[in-house]
Design a protein. Structure first.
Length: 482
């Protein structure tokens, strides 16, 4: 970096009260200095100052709304309804025409799962040990074969996991997909700040930073040329999901159809909350604007805790983080980036103290700033399009190994889902007193995408269910050891 640029960066940092980040400059070799300068050059100081003023040096009161209405969701797709059949036709036509691309967000830090590697490399299959990435890829491949199309797959990573994620795909031959149709793109990082609004150093030549949240998808899609790539390929619709949802239907034709028929800017799937305090965001309409209110904010808005006459939550629409947007919408929101809301979280952030000693805090000590993809819904100009789903077979978020939203629960849920398929095909699955399957089952998404297809493919077969089994893409059965 030229001296003039270096001086300019130092001046900017000083001007914004962050000159201390050059504290160890004299101890750095040339490579270290260049690393620090590159890191500082990537900071948007004006925006950081705005966030610090708003969220750190002040403690703004929560927003208040005159009226919060439940979102009016489309009931789960059902081939017996004409509206669903119409959506299916529309969605399938869009897939056949190559209008659909897939966005996967995999840039998070995965701290709660504590897995050593990208979350998508987690071996989720209880019989096969197949990873989340392999399952997602198989589902995409199946759709491509079925609809005779290419589904470009755009995978968002961050500085925390970009290299290992790319390497994992290379190592596994892109799981049978064409490498030119799998694109990794990197989201931005933002500095963490302490209680005084000062940036922290992770090392002497690097700021402590965090990925800018899944809302970072919007700018990253544009800045990394993904939107251009979509336009080149004739893709106008992007489906969005999170890496830790093993059960995802990555490009569900019903959902695509409803989205296109009803406005096609940004749409969402929603699921019925089990109980009013369930820890999921809630889709609702606040003073006329479509919002998702985080579960941590439920107590700020008592309306969200109301029950109806059947003792069911009035605000039933939980957020499984499955969205869809048009390429034009991403572009529009990108150009309105200054209005995209930011959120803060107070977290433990390891850093160096003034003497350069490593501090590993035992309690939260710094703010992380993030944007959330669901805030994109605030920008839609049409009626909300929310499609209700049954959680089973669509939503198994994996945040930790055990407990709620865990690996253990996800496996139970998939066993139940695939167990139902196997029984629908005429075989019996051993079940315990609560009706839960006593064996693990896995079915390759390449063998069947839907229950109907599985039943059709099973004609004349009896699946051996005395112990755990995996049915591969050719319908061959593999048994668990022991
Ligand atoms: P979570 O908020 O659950 O975060 O992300 P996480 O990284 O998986 O786990 P914790 O909170 O550190 O334990 C939901 C989805 O959004 C992606 C994640 O990769 C996951 O697919 N994400 C999150 C990003 O891509 N970037 C981010 O900055 C944050």
């Amino acid at each position: 970096m030229a001296i003039a640029e270096e001086n300019e960066l130092r001046r900017t940092a000083e001007e914004y009260g962050q000159g201390h980040i050059f504290r160890f400059w004299d101890e750095l070799d040339e490579a270290g200095r260049q690393r620090l300068l590159a890191d500082v050059a990537s900071v948007n100081f004006r925006r950081m100052q705005r966030l610090i003023d708003q969220w750190v040096l002040n403690d703004p009161p929560p927003e208040s709304f005159k009226e919060i209405l439940p979102v009016d969701a489309i009931p789960p797709a059902d081939p017996d309804r004409e509206d669903s059949r119409e959506a299916l036709r529309e969605g399938e036509a869009a897939l056949r025409a190559g209008r659909v691309g897939i966005v996967l967000v995999a840039g998070g830090q995965g701290t709660r799962l504590g897995f050593d590697g990208p979350k998508g490399a987690y071996p989720i299959g209880p019989v096969t040990g197949k990873t989340l990435f392999e399952y997602h890829a198989a589902k995409i491949r199946k759709l491509e074969l079925e609809f005779g199309c290419t589904l470009p797959w755009y995978i968002m990573v961050s500085a925390t996991n970009a290299e290992p994620t790319r390497a994992f795909f290379e190592e596994h031959g892109y799981f049978g997909l064409q490498a030119q149709d799998v694109t990794f793109f990197q989201q931005d990082m933002v500095p963490c700040v302490d209680d005084e609004g000062k940036f922290l150093l992770e090392t002497k030549d690097q700021l402590a930073k965090n990925p800018n949240g899944h809302g970072g998808t919007i700018p990253a899609l544009v800045d990394n040329g993904i939107i251009e790539d979509c336009r080149r390929r004739g893709v106008d619709t992007l489906t969005y999901f999170q890496v830790d949802n093993w059960a995802i239907k990555p490009a569900d034709p019903y959902y695509i159809g409803y989205h296109l028929l009803r406005g096609g800017e940004m749409s969402s799937k929603v699921h019925r909350k089990h109980e009013v305090r369930e820890s999921v965001g809630v889709h609702c309409v606040c003073d006329g604007e479509y919002r998702v209110i985080e579960y941590s904010e439920l107590d700020l808005y008592p309306q969200l805790l109301e029950m109806d006459e059947h003792e069911e939550p009035v605000h039933y629409a939980g957020n499984p983080a499955i969205h869809m947007f048009s390429v034009d919408f991403v572009d529009r929101v990108y150009h309105d980036a200054d209005n995209f809301p930011w959120h803060r979280a107070y977290k433990k952030v390891p850093h160096l103290d003034e003497q350069g000693k490593e501090v590993d805090p035992k309690k939260p000590n710094a703010y992380k700033f993030e944007t959330f993809i669901f805030d994109g819904l605030r920008f839609i100009q049409h009626e909300p399009v929310a499609l209700e789903i049954h959680r089973l077979g669509e939503y198994t978020p994996i945040k930790q190994f055990e407990g709620s939203n865990s690996v253990v629960q996800a496996r139970k849920s998939q066993n139940r889902y695939w167990g139902d398929w196997i029984e629908a095909a005429g075989s019996t699955v051993p079940r315990n007193a609560e009706g839960a399957p006593e064996i693990d089952s896995e079915i390759s998404p390449l063998f069947a995408r839907t229950r109907e297809e599985f039943v059709a493919q099973s004609k004349g077969k009896r699946w051996p269910t005395d112990k755990s089994l995996y049915i591969d893409e050719h319908g061959e059965v593999h048994r668990a050891e022991g």
